[in-house]
Design a protein around this ligand. Sequence first.
Ligand code: ADP
Ligand code: MG
Ligand code: MG
Length: 207
Amino acid sequence: PATLGVPDLTTWLRRYAAEIVAHEQELTDLDAAIGDGDHGANMTRGMTAVVAVLDQTPFETLDALAKKVGMTLVSSVGGASGPLYGTFWLRFAKPLSGLARTDAATLGLALRAGVEGIQQRGKAEGGDKTMLDAFLPALAAYDAAVDAGAEPTAALRDAATAGRAGCAATVTMVARKGRASYLGERSAGHQDPGATSAALLLECAVS
Ligand code: ADP
Ligand code: MG
Ligand code: MG
C-alpha cells in the first residue's frame, strides 16, 4: 500500500511489545555486560504500558497515538532509554499532525524528526555505540528507498536491514555515551543493548 494508517502503527507497536518480551533476557544480558543490566526490564515495562494504552484508547490520528506512546514511555521507563525512546515518539508525532494515514515521504519526515530528537536529547553521534548506530543507517536507507520510489513498507524493510547491520557494527565500537562509556575500551566486544532494541523496533515495522 502507498500509505500506512493508525491500524498499521498499532500493529507495529503491539508486535514490538511482544518482541521486547521475547528478547527481554537478551537485552538484560547485553546491558549486564556493559551497563547495569536493566535494559530488558526497562523496555518490557515501557512497552507493557504502551499496550495497556492501546487496549484502552482508540486513536483517530497517527500523531495522537505516537504522542501518547512517547508520554507513556517517558513516564513509565526510568533510565536513559525511557526519555530517549519517549522523545523519538513525541518528535515522530509532529510531521504526522492531524493525519490518519501517511505516505512514504511524510513517514520519512517523522522518522527523521524522531531520530534527531534522540540526538538532541542524548548528544550522541553515530559511532558512539548507542541506539543511534541502528537508527542513523536505518534512516539513510529509508530515505534512499523513498528517493528510488519505494512504498512505505518496502522502505521500512530497507531501514530494518540497515538498522540490524548498524546494530551488529556496535560490537567493535568503544562507547562514548551512556553507562557503557564508563568502561572505556572494555566496552568493545559487546553489542549495544539500545542498538539492539532499536533494531528490533525497525524490524517490527515490517515483519
Ligand atoms: P540506563 O543506561 O540508564 O540503565 P538502559 O539500560 O535502559 O538505560 O538503556 C541503555 C541504552 O541507552 C544504551 O545501550 C544506549 O543504546 C542508549 N543510550 C544511553 N545513553 C545514550 C545517549 N546519550 N544517546 C543515545 N542513546 C543512549
Ligand atoms: Mg541499563
Ligand atoms: Mg539503569
